[in-house]
Design a protein around this ligand. Structure first.
Ligand code: MN
Length: 194
């Protein structure tokens, strides 16, 4: 609540000033890591409440609002995992190669006209419905994450592109833009696990 007055004075939906995080001053990060473990998938992660909330997305994010992508909830990861690229040994959990396929910052779209949060990201995650604005190098704009099977362990969500300027039904960035945004390497450029 420390920034309540700061936010009250400004229309942060119109001004480009930083809105400020609750626990830190940087914009929260998102990252999508490509991971060729026993099954190839993309790990979608959002910084929420000091950790990376995480989902395993078998087909990766789409830029087509008509595509609903299964997103299986996985365990929280530490924030510094967002920069991780490399080869996990074959006999370890998640053995396989990882690259940072896309990364950037995001904002919570659940805000009122004054730019104040109506529902925090943590509350939205607990309630099973997130809407975020991603500013990545490959994927941009609004995305919705909706939990549809919360009785299952792990819970299953759907990741869907919102219909906005970042939507494009013709793009297939997961196949046409394979290089890491950190190192420009592709998964094939990394050593295979031993
Ligand atoms: Mn993974």
């Amino acid at each position: 609540m420390a920034l309540e007055e700061y936010r009250k004075k400004r229309d942060l939906a119109k001004s480009r000033e930083p809105r400020g995080g609750d626990a830190s001053s940087h914009a929260p990060v998102f990252v999508v890591q490509e991971h060729d473990a026993s099954t190839h998938h993309f790990d979608f992660r959002l910084e929420i409440d000091g950790v990376l909330k995480s989902w395993s997305v078998p087909k990766g994010p789409s830029t087509d609002p008509r595509e609903k992508r299964l997103a299986i909830q996985t365990e929280d990861h530490p924030l510094d995992y967002a920069d991780f690229e490399g080869t996990i040994p074959a006999d370890e959990y998640g053995g396989g190669r990882v690259i940072v396929w896309d990364a950037g910052s995001y904002s919570n779209l659940k805000v009122d006209d004054d730019g104040n949060e109506e529902v925090s990201m943590l509350e939205a995650w607990q309630a099973g419905h997130l809407t975020v604005w991603l500013q990545g190098e490959k994927i941009c704009g609004g995305y919705a994450l909706t939990r549809f099977r919360d009785e299952e362990d792990p819970p299953k969500w759907l990741l869907v592109k919102m219909d906005d300027a970042g939507a494009d039904a013709r793009r297939r960035p997961t196949s046409t833009e394979p290089a890491s945004v950190l190192s420009q390497r592709t998964i094939e450029d990394l050593d295979e696990p031993e």
